[in-house]
Design a protein around this ligand. Structure first.
Ligand code: PXP
Length: 237
């Protein structure tokens, strides 16, 4: 199992006071030194945490792959083409949301996503699509020529009962198996923490987890290196 560490919330802390610290570049370097496999950062349309300068700084500083999460916004797509991250992950965005609320609907947004995938692939960027665990979405991702599927674990992470958690795990497992059969590299993420990650990491077809908020929250008490390593232990890395 690989682990991508999302450093958005290092910037959230910085933005809370409008200071220059803490720096997500330093956060990314610490996560890299702990042994994670990639750094994830979301350049949101409202720039509420990560800014362009953070992405540029992270890309220059790290040796492991950068996974840039983004919407299909024209300016952000142009920025991605300029800086060429190892990977771009398309996510839907709503201004008012606290965090990403669901996977991108590839059926509804087929043409828009098709156009941006074409642009990014031309620039040599691997494309990942963040989707809900639905066969219809995986089929659309296949038609669109994506390289990677990131299965949204958000709904699973919000379940309050064993029964509903089992229902969501079954959906995610089914989606992971189907994605793998289609030839995708299969990742998953959103809302994963030190408790719920164990169930997800049991799904063999999932090759990578992308985790941010819980790791950064734990880092407040034990530091980024220890927080990342504690997560390694839980996911069997
Ligand atoms: N994967 C995707 C596609 C995301 O949008 C996010 C949040 O930016 C994450 C993973 C990480 O989610 P969390 O911060 O809840 O771990």
């Amino acid at each position: 199992m690989k682990l991508g560490v999302n450093v958005d919330h290092v910037s959230t802390l910085r933005e809370a006071r409008g200071t220059l610290y803490p720096d997500p570049v330093e956060g990314a370097l610490l996560a890299e030194s702990a042994g994670c496999d990639s750094i994830v950062a979301h350049l949101r349309e409202d720039r509420r945490h990560i800014k362009e300068r953070d992405i540029i700084g992270i890309k220059e500083a790290i040796k492991i792959p950068l996974n840039l999460e983004m919407s299909v916004n024209k300016n952000i797509v142009s920025f991605a083409q300029e800086i060429c991250p190892y990977q771009s992950t398309f996510v839907p965005e709503r201004r008012q949301e606290l965090t990403t609320e669901g996977g991108i609907d590839l059926v509804k947004n087929y043409k828009k996503v098709y156009d941006v995938i074409k642009k990014l692939k031309k620039s040599g960027i691997r494309v990942s699509l963040f989707i809900d665990p639905l066969i219809v979405q995986i089929k659309a991702a296949k038609d669109l020529g994506a390289d990677i599927i990131e299965i949204n674990t958000g709904r699973f992470s919000e379940t309050k009962t064993v029964r509903s958690s089992e229902v969501e795990i079954r959906k995610i497992t089914k989606a992971a198996i189907f994605s793998k059969k289609q030839g995708f590299f299969v990742s998953a993420g959103h809302g994963l923490d030190y408790e719920n990650v164990k169930e997800i990491s049991k799904i063999e077809e999932i090759e990578e987890l992308n985790i941010g908020h819980s790791i950064m929250s734990r880092s407040v008490f034990v530091g980024i290196v220890s927080a990342v390593r504690e997560m390694f232990f839980l996911i069997g890395k």
